[in-house]
Design a protein around this ligand. Structure first.
Ligand code: SF4
Length: 308
């Protein structure tokens, strides 16, 4: 039944880069303008369009610091372990530190807890660059936990001490960490917590959850390799099973969603604003008929590998 031709599309309050990503891109642009040979270990941020654009301006990605002994090296927004920074300096590289100040604060929080005699527990993804940087800023090994199973395994193997100090990956959702904290309180005699979750991330999560709960279909725009975008999509999916994580407008087949009257759009913190605008435009321009009975089962919209 044809009831409507245009969709209502509501953008989250804030889309596009967060200040930490903007700062890292600006510092890298400045380095490229002022220095001849500029390298980076890994990607500056987890967005292909951004990294391709910087590489086109001359930024060269390296896999090992040992691959480079001249020029300028940019430290990405996620930070680097201090040993690697020292190695780069020893090799004579000039360092431009684009580590986000909020990530630096998370490193300092972990050091504070270590200084108080706590065993540091980081709730986050052990393979994420930010977590490697935090671990690398400490004197003693930290325990990285991202699920209840991992926490129980740490307890069983006696890796969990009686006095622990907890920090969080800056892009994690507190809502998804709550179970781990609750269980830790039962397992340990003393638990000290410093909330290192990034405020801009938290604001976007709260706003996106609110939007997801109100709309028929929720779209989260950003790279599949961006941890904060994957997490944002997972959170929205908890509040609206019709949530789709897409990377750009080309991945949106709007004709498939002719049942949706109101569509919400949010983005990760490393998603360029024009990619979000492209999605917005595609929905706003769509004038296909509204066919309510075409609404499919929600599971069709959970992309493989995106469940958190
Ligand atoms: S998400 Fe937060 S911690 Fe990460 S770069 Fe942006 S402002 Fe910094």
């Amino acid at each position: 039944m044809e009831t409507q031709t245009r969709r209502i599309v509501t953008l989250a309050k804030e889309v596009g880069f967060c200040f930490g990503v903007k700062r890292a891109i600006n510092l890298t642009d400045q380095a490229l303008a002022e220095h001849k040979e500029v390298t980076i270990l890994g990607d500056l941020v987890h967005n292909r369009r951004v990294t391709d654009a910087l590489e086109a301006k001359g930024l060269r990605k390296i896999d090992e610091i040992a691959d480079q002994d001249t020029g300028t090296m940019v430290i990405r927004a996620h930070g680097l372990p201090k040993l690697q920074i020292a190695e780069a300096r020893d090799r004579g590289l000039e360092i431009i530190d684009a580590t986000c100040p909020i990530v630096l604060r998370a490193q300092e929080a972990a050091q504070t807890l270590e200084g108080r005699g706590c065993q540091v527990v980081i709730i986050g993804d052990a393979n994420h660059a930010e977590i490697k940087g935090v671990i690398g800023s400490l004197e003693n090994p930290a325990l990285v936990i991202d699920s209840l199973d991992e926490l129980r395994a740490a307890k069983t193997s006696h890796r969990l001490r009686r006095k622990v100090g907890v920090i969080f990956q800056t892009t994690h959702a507190l809502e998804l960490c709550r179970e781990i904290i609750n269980e830790l309180l039962f397992m340990c005699k003393e638990v000290q917590i410093i909330n290192t979750i990034c405020r801009p991330v938290q604001n976007r999560q709260d706003d996106a959850i609110d939007l997801a709960a109100r709309v028929d279909l929720m779209l989260v725009v950003g790279s599949q390799t961006s941890a904060n975008t994957v997490e944002l999509a997972a959170l929205c999916r908890c509040h609206n099973t019709h949530t789709l994580h897409i990377q750009n407008a080309e991945e949106l087949f709007i004709e498939d969603f002719d049942w949706a009257e109101e569509i919400g759009v949010a983005s990760g913190l490393s998603t360029p604003e024009d990619l979000v605008e492209g999605v917005h435009r595609k929905i706003a321009d769509y004038t296909g008929p509204k066919i309510a009975q075409n609404k499919p089962h929600a599971s069709r919209y959970v992309p493989v590998g995106a469940a958190h």
